[in-house]
Design a protein around this ligand. Structure first.
Ligand SMILES: [Zn+2]
Length: 293
């Protein structure tokens, strides 16, 4: 087992142990306050996290509507189409858009982009999900990590990381790689969970009020799958330091039906979500940044 000896963002080697769970701990950098998982997972460990069970049981609510091109509930596909509309607005539609989707899951997003005549490549570490992408969605999919593959430099207009950046061990290497793969003024689009959110705060209050006995909600926020835990601020900072300029930000509250939260909570949660949006405290953020010189 390899333990992270330095903060993945600023390189500082002193940290606090923020949480200790059975199999891993969560550290906070004393210098820049970046939060990260203590251990670095091997490729084999990483791959084993995203097996069939992850898609069909553990994250069932999240993936059930993107396992086939024609699911009963089309809300996930509508959500992906909205993101494509936004990217088309920012990129312009006067030429064929070349897209690389990193952590592409089952390939539903690139499938919809292909339907709009984009030229796409998907990459996904899960053998199970990449198998679905090939067999059900018929998209061009590589199973592995973006750094495995010698993609053409400056070969893409846009690179998407939908709920993937937190799961990838080396943020700086990832951003350097994507920067090389983007053409001039190319865009990177990121959707990720952020720790400066009210739901993370509430989870921590529950842990404190129960004198550390109820850690279920905290652990939901810091699952072993996430290597890095960004705040809105340090995500913007790391993008800037790797040569990107943020051109679009949207605070997003995750649709509650994709979570395990009880349905009876939904009306209260919708109000909560609107307020969180207003106060920049949603659980997710979508950021689009442009490659600068
Ligand atoms: Zn740091």
């Amino acid at each position: 087992m390899k333990i992270r000896s330095q903060c993945s963002i600023c390189g500082n080697d002193s940290f606090l142990e923020k949480y200790h769970f059975k199999d891993y701990s969560i550290f906070e950098c004393k210098k820049c306050h970046f939060i990260y998982r203590d251990r670095i997972l091997s490729r084999k460990e990483d791959e084993s996290l995203y097996d069939k069970d992850y898609y069909l049981n553990l994250q069932k609510e999240y993936f059930i509507n993107c396992l086939t091109p024609n699911p009963k509930d089309k809300s996930r596909l509508r959500d992906f189409n909205k993101r494509l509309d936004l990217l088309e607005k920012l990129l312009g539609r006067n030429k064929k858009i070349r897209l690389l989707d990193i952590g592409a899951g089952t390939g539903a997003f690139t499938y919809l982009a292909e339907k709009r005549d984009w030229q796409t490549v998907s990459i996904e570490i899960s053998r199970f999900a990449s198998g679905i992408a090939r067999s059900k969605f018929n998209v061009r999919m590589y199973c592995g990590e973006v750094t495995d593959k010698n993609f053409e430099e400056k070969g893409f207009d846009v690179i998407t990381l939908w709920e993937a950046i937190a799961n990838i061990e080396d943020t700086r290497l990832l951003l350097k790689t994507t920067r090389n793969l983007l053409n001039k003024n190319g865009k990177i689009a990121i959707l990720t969970t952020v720790v400066d959110s009210w739901l993370f705060y509430i989870a921590d209050v529950i842990r404190l009020l129960t004198l550390g006995r109820v850690t279920y909600f905290v652990k939901e926020g810091y699952p072993i799958h996430h290597a890095n835990h960004f705040s809105r601020k340090n995500l913007r900072n790391v993008l800037k330091s790797e040569g990107f300029k943020v051109i679009y930000t949207d605070n997003v509250e995750i649709p509650y039906k994709y979570t395990k939260l009880p349905r009876s909570f939904f009306p209260v949660l919708v109000t909560f979500g609107s307020l969180a949006k207003l106060f920049n405290r949603t659980i997710q953020v979508m950021i689009i940044a442009e490659k600068v010189k």
